[in-house]
Design a protein around this ligand. Structure first.
Ligand code: NDP
Length: 451
């Protein structure tokens, strides 16, 4: 990158930080994109004149509201909720809802900003948004979760719609919560429409939606490996998290002949050198799904598995790493361990899994590194396909959805290669994903004029 571009990025970031103080995750996400697209913008008078970088980093609107609800003992409780409608230049807003006690505006702005680019990469007509609440679903009864979801929708329903904004799930929000919210939306709006995705199959949900983000991460990894003449079969893999993305990434990896040797949750990680086979995975789904238990129980059940309290799995020597828990879960020292152990590929199941220095280290080491906006787009692809089925009022078969998912992931990979191929033949997937995504959104914004 030229010195002139570096100066422009630093000046731009100073302005962004001043306008958005105390939002470190949002700053990090914007810087990651700015480093890729600024040289391109500087070469393009049209984008500069349209102030694209400034407009693209300012959300269209943010809705903040109170959610009051009653717990099982009759106490009145209150939480804060947000919907960040970031950019709808290429389609109605689309992005997940997160329920987590650490949920805040900075995290949701970073996620919504990333979503704009991720959704653009899919080639589907989807704008970018994200939302959530600082509600902790852990330890809550099903009735409490239902009352919370219903109360949240009393405010949110007036801001969403199948042509306006279509939320989905994320951390802490699965099919159960989406169905509670959809039921309340349907009652308030008196409309049965594809206003939320990730619904149950009986009421408009799509087959393969639950599996899509995890399967998509593995498809993307497969594409990166194929390009360098390798395949997943026979490879060992570390996976973090044990939620929706992690468990279905393990499932697809195992189906393709790979061996997942780690899994984790917020208390620590499990190392199972024998690998997490289909039977162990079914047990894990039950443990982390219906029972909402702790990952430590895995080591009590399976002899050769060990539990590492409070630790992450990145020091385990593997061929592939799939971070699928949360943002910044791979710090620089973790990236150093992975590179020292000759990891071949890393694909982000979680959004912004790698801290900035870790990203630079992986790219410098020529690791096959797929950033979340490309690698975990499977979730939003399945959501887009659910919207299509809802609009057509015609459900598709499992094979049809999975074939489309696999094909769109392959197209995303091809776009990353087209925009990120380096003179030495390697691919910088960060630059590739950012540039490919940016061009589509920016061109739409330029076409609209100053709106
Ligand atoms: P889930 O809520 O299903 O699972 C999250 C998992 O990560 C749980 O195992 C949780 O542990 C663990 N975890 C959460 N926070 C931490 C932490 N600070 N340290 C260690 N482990 C942690 O979420 P999803 O699987 O849906 O999402 C995981 C990631 O993937 C998120 O970054 C999300 O944004 C991203 N993503 C999700 C998509 C989707 O469709 N669901 C699509 C694309 C990306 P515990 O059980 O102890 O809470």
């Amino acid at each position: 990158m030229s010195d002139a571009a570096r100066v422009v990025i630093e000046r731009f970031m100073r302005g962004l930080v001043r306008r958005n103080p105390e939002e470190p995750e949002f700053h990090q996400a914007v810087r990651g994109v700015a480093e890729s697209i600024t040289p391109y913008i500087l070469d393009n008078q049209g984008y500069r004149h349209a102030q694209i970088a400034e407009r693209l980093t300012e959300p269209d609107r943010i809705i903040i509201f109170r959610v009051s609800w009653e717990d099982d003992r009759g106490n009145v409780r209150a939480n804060r909720a947000w919907r960040v409608q970031f950019n709808n230049s290429i389609g109605p807003y689309k992005g997940g809802l997160r329920f987590h006690p650490d949920c805040n505006l900075s995290v949701l702005k970073f996620l919504a900003f990333e979503q704009v680019f991720k959704n653009s990469l899919t080639g589907l007509p989807l704008g970018g948004a994200k939302g959530g609440a600082n509600f902790n679903p852990k330890g809550k009864s099903e009735s409490e979760v239902m009352r919370f979801c219903h109360s949240l929708m009393v405010e949110m329903y007036r801001h969403i719609g199948d042509d306006i904004d279509v939320p989905a799930g994320d951390v802490g929000v699965g099919q159960r919560e989406i169905s509670f919210m959809f039921g309340q939306y349907k009652r308030l709006a008196n409309r049965f429409e594809g206003v939320l995705t990730g619904k149950g199959i009986s009421h408009g949900g799509s087959l393969v939606h639950t599996e899509s983000a995890g399967y998509g991460v593995v498809y993307f990894t497969q594409n990166m490996l194929e390009r360098v003449g390798r395949e997943i079969e026979g490879m060992t893999c570390s996976v973090s998290g044990s939620g929706n993305v992690a468990l279905y990434a393990i499932e697809k990896l195992t189906q393709l002949g790979g061996k997942a040797v780690t899994v984790s949750d917020s208390t620590g990680f499990i190392h199972d050198p024998d690998g997490i086979d289909a039977d162990k995975l079914e047990w894990l789904k039950e443990l982390k799904g219906a029972r909402r238990g702790r990952i430590e129980e895995y080591a009590q059940r399976y002899d050769r598995a060990t539990f590492h309290s409070g630790k992450r799995p990145w020091a385990v020597s593997v061929d592939i790493a799939l971070p699928c828990a949360t943002h910044n879960e791979i710090a620089d020292e973790d990236a150093r361990s992975l590179v020292a152990n000759d990891v071949l590929a890393i694909a982000e199941g979680s959004n912004m899994s790698c801290a900035p220095r870790a990203v630079h280290r992986l790219i410098d080491a020529r690791t096959l590194y797929g950033p979340g906006k490309a690698a975990n787009a499977g979730g939003v692809i399945a959501s887009g396909l659910e919207q299509s089925q809802n609009a057509q009022r015609m459900p598709w078969t499992r094979e049809e959805v999975d074939t489309r998912l696999r094909s769109i992931m392959r197209t995303i990979h091809a776009k990353c290669v087209a925009h990120g191929e380096q003179p030495d033949g390697s691919v910088n997937y960060v630059v590739g994903a950012n540039l490919a995504a940016f061009v589509k959104v920016a061109d739409a914004m330029v076409a609209y004029g100053a709106v």
